[in-house]
Design a protein around this ligand. Sequence first.
Ligand SMILES: Cc1cc2nc3c(=O)[nH]c(=O)nc-3n(C[C@H](O)[C@H](O)[C@H](O)COP(=O)(O)OP(=O)(O)OC[C@H]3O[C@@H](n4cnc5c(N)ncnc54)[C@H](O)[C@@H]3O)c2cc1C
Length: 315
Amino acid sequence: MIAHEVIIVGGGPAGSAAAKELKQANRDVIILDKKSFPRVKLCAGWVTPKVFKLLKVEPDDYPYGLLKFNKLYYDFGKFTLPIPTKQYSIRRFEFDNWLHELSGVEIIQHKVEQIEEKDGYYLIDGKYKSKYLIGGGGTNCPVYNILFKGVSPRPVENKIVAMEEEFEYDWKDPRCLLWFGDLKFKGYSWYVPKANGYLNVGIGATYLGLKSLGINIREAWENFTKKLEKEGLVKSHNFEGKGYTYFLRNKISNPRKGNAFIVGDALGLATLDMGEGISPAIESGILAARAIVNNSNFNVNKIGKYSFTSILFRK
Ligand SMILES: Cc1cc2nc3c(=O)[nH]c(=O)nc-3n(C[C@H](O)[C@H](O)[C@H](O)COP(=O)(O)OP(=O)(O)OC[C@H]3O[C@@H](n4cnc5c(N)ncnc54)[C@H](O)[C@@H]3O)c2cc1C
């Protein structure tokens, strides 16, 4: 049995941020992730300055591709509103690997399937053992599914379905564009240029909102990619979108059970207006780690529920 004081399941932003904090406090911690890093993660990769603030890193010190946007273009169908702001785009393939390296914590490639609680310890797949367990495995996190599903439900009203694609593209329009009218304000679609000749395009909506419009996400994606072609934003590209589901912020009752914690998408923390999940994932990971280090409560209520304030006030 391989024993550590803390085992983190999932090396995304939530898991790596928790790992970084624990390592800084000299705690014995490892990460288990089913994928080998660097790995692809479906995400527009639009980040707020708060992400860097939480990690105590200056954006200028980020070693990979970073684009800065001084405006976001909100398209409401009849008119487009340029909103002055300070936001960035990153590629998750690079960002998550960087954040993991920043943590200085070992990551072991292992897909977690079984978790048992025995004599005050968590036993994982009969191979790993820990006193504390942090579930940062995203929407399908096994820590959530096995230990929390019954006590901390994620309501279907908060479910988001999304399709997107990130690809090498010599984009000509450097604006970050967001369309709200196409999905009748049940969601939005995006065009996010990235540094070094990459582009991310995608569409996301609440599951129930899309259902009420009588279309599925694949149809919405196809309409959207046709629009990109028609408007000349993407030319001669064979689109191959992929889908993913995650949850917006809900009334969180039990993010901790004994010495087990859930963080990030496992808990359902993405902002209610924009579905921004990277910053809440990082913040929740840090808070879970501090609860372990300080032997204190794990309270996620102070994590912001909306992106709009940070967009407008350039936080
Ligand atoms: C299409 C799309 C676009 C988005 N765009 C944005 C955006 O622009 N900005 C923003 O802020 N947010 C965005 N989000 C949300 C954001 O991607 C998530 O909120 C964020 O990634 C959550 O981080 P996390 O660490 O909780 O989980 P994840 O990033 O999902 O990481 C979970 C990790 O757990 C691992 N794992 C899963 N199961 C197991 C297992 N059984 N055993 C071991 N390891 C496991 C996975 O391999 C993964 O590495 C978007 C989401 C989608 C789907």
